[in-house]
Design a protein around this ligand. Structure first.
Ligand SMILES: Cc1cc2nc3c(=O)[nH]c(=O)nc-3n(C[C@H](O)[C@H](O)[C@H](O)COP(=O)(O)OP(=O)(O)OC[C@H]3O[C@@H](n4cnc5c(N)ncnc54)[C@H](O)[C@@H]3O)c2cc1C
Length: 507
């Protein structure tokens, strides 16, 4: 049965994704600002709040979509939830006493970000429907010249907060464009689509897939899950936050800070296993096996669901309902490689044709090859795409004067909240601005400082669990890990505490 659906799996089906575009060419005069922030997710909003807190208000935040929220605006698939506790996955300066659950769901996180933006009066700085199409350093004027789909800007500083998991990656499967049913990427969910009675293929078994599968399994007629490599799926400890606990947080904010502190240290202990001694993760592997075997009785399926790499090498995924969903009668797990998509079927290497009317691509994102990186050009016509691997502290790059990157190279985490890294970067940026704003001279990190730093990281990374031999989205096309921070978050916090002027040329 062919079902009409959106022909382009990347097309934004949900109104919040659709940019509220201004008329092209509406304004020819560039808007001049001291600070131009690109992106209105956790990073961009956090940057704007930090600038305001230290008294800088000559700024604009350009955002290609029609609302704030970034990840938590775009990923509206059923079951989408953060896998870090709400008390840690929130700004340290904006605790929320009344989280509904201990691990926040996407709608709650999106609402949180909207309310934080509103509380801090960011509306006047936000320019929705402004997608950056080019940003170029102009050495003569020492300003960035930035073009967007709805007007241009000149800025003394650019703070790029364009996200790391933001550009959906589509698999290169022959025939994919011929599929006649509904095909959509997990980050572009089509809310007009109804699961009831469908024959669905979910491609991928990463973080989004393991949330989607149990959410739609009870409704669909049949679900085929196409797995390239088995993930480690471990027990989830999510639970509702009781009114008593919220009440306590409200009257005694220190109790919520204590909870955050405890969660923080529990997670930092995990980093010890990931980075220093992967053998420590063996106990977690035992817990995983118990969890998997308690839901899966079939020995063949157990073998299919057993990863062939060390726990931690790929992202460890928490879920209590993924394995039970996989075991249901209306679900098939296929570990054969997909070789073709036909108008009504997915074909695998063993020649099997799996008839489906919907394909859900839970295939992740362009991480180190984000297309926006090719649109940002520093000195000597060098783009961010080619310079990405030379980023210093994930934040500044040689050849990119007065430029800050949030969640840049090697700032990702396998064990804790990205907010910890983002806030560290904001400290560094605020200090950098304070130390360079008075003169008009641009700053640029010294090439040898950035090279020494990256050599250190690339020496460390192969000895971590992520270098233990699996293929993952943490690695780029050359097998380099430009994604993860190989250490404790307190170490990153320490290294970003001060913008050391000796690391830079200024002038
Ligand atoms: C499904 C999912 C689950 C996740 N779960 C976790 C988790 O459990 N724990 C965790 O720590 N992290 C998690 N993350 C990572 C998450 O992305 C970060 O924690 C955080 O939200 C990043 O915020 P950000 O502002 O840097 O980027 P984003 O939230 O991606 O925001 C970037 C913004 O930039 C805008 N933008 C991009 N390009 C342009 C352009 N050219 N012009 C204008 N605007 C542009 C985008 O529209 C977007 O609004 C998850 C990510 C995803 C996708």
């Amino acid at each position: 049965m062919a079902v009409a659906g959106p022909p382009d799996p990347l097309s934004p089906a949900d109104p919040p994704h659709r940019p509220e575009q201004a008329e092209p060419g509406q304004t020819d005069q560039p808007e001049q600002v001291t600070f131009l922030i690109v992106g209105a997710g956790f990073s961009g909003l956090g940057a704007a709040i930090r600038l305001k807190q230290v008294g800088y208000t000559d700024m604009a935040i350009v955002e290609r979509a029609g609302d704030v929220g970034g990840t938590w605006r775009d990923n509206t698939y059923p079951g989408c939830r953060c896998d870090v506790q709400s008390n840690l996955y929130s700004y340290s300066f904006e605790p929320k006493a009344d989280w509904r659950e201990s691990f926040p769901s996407q709608p709650e996180l999106w609402a949180y970000l909207r309310s934080v933006a509103s509380k801090h009066g960011l509306q006047r700085y936000l320019r929705f429907g402004h997608e950056v199409t080019a940003a170029r350093w102009d050495a003569d004027s020492c300003r960035w010249r930035v073009s967007t789909t709805a007007g241009s800007f000149t800025a003394r500083y650019v703070i790029a907060a364009v996200g790391a998991l933001v550009e959906p990656s589509l698999p290169d499967i022959p025939g994919i464009e011929s599929f006649a049913g509904t095909i959509m990427h997990s980050a572009r969910w089509d809310h007009g689509w109804e699961a009831a009675g469908r024959r669905v293929a979910v491609v991928g078994t990463g973080a989004s897939a393991i949330q989607i599968v149990p959410s739609i399994q009870p409704e669909v007629e049949h679900l085929t899950v196409f797995q390239r490599t088995a993930p480690f799926v471990v027990p989830h400890t999510n639970h509702p936050v009781s009114p008593q606990v919220s009440g306590l947080y409200r009257v005694l904010p220190a109790s919520q800070r204590a909870s955050r502190f405890a969660i923080y240290w529990m997670r930092e202990l995990l980093a010890f296993g990931f980075v220093k001694n992967p053998k420590l993760l063996k106990r977690a592997e035992l817990a995983w096996r118990k969890h998997m075997e308690s839901a899966i009785a079939d020995p063949v399926m157990r073998a299919q669901l057993t990863p062939a790499y060390d726990l931690g090498c790929k992202r460890v995924l928490p879920s209590n309902d993924y394995y039970p969903a996989i075991a249901r009668d209306n679900v098939s797990l296929v570990a054969e490689k997909i070789i073709e998509i036909r108008p009504d079927a997915v074909v695998t290497a063993d020649g099997a044709e799996h008839l489906v009317d919907t394909v859900i691509l839970a295939t992740g994102f362009h991480v180190t090859d984000n297309p926006t990186f090719g649109k940002i050009t520093g000195k000597n016509d060098q783009t961010l795409a080619s310079a990405f691997g030379s980023t210093y502290l994930g934040t500044v790059l040689p050849g990119f004067p007065n430029y800050f990157q949030l969640t840049g190279a090697n700032t990702g985490l396998g064990h804790s909240s990205m907010l910890l890294m983002i806030e560290s970067q904001l400290n560094y940026i605020a200090d950098g601005i304070a130390k360079t704003l008075a003169g008009d001279a641009p700053f640029e990190v010294r090439a040898e400082v950035a090279a020494g730093y990256n050599a250190e990281l690339q020496r460390k990374l192969p000895r971590t669990v992520w270098g233990s031999g699996c293929s993952s989205w943490y690695l780029d096309s050359e097998g380099r890990n430009l994604t993860l921070w190989p250490g404790f978050t307190f170490d990153f916090r320490r290294r970003t505490r001060e913008f050391r002027t000796s690391d830079f040329t200024i002038g």
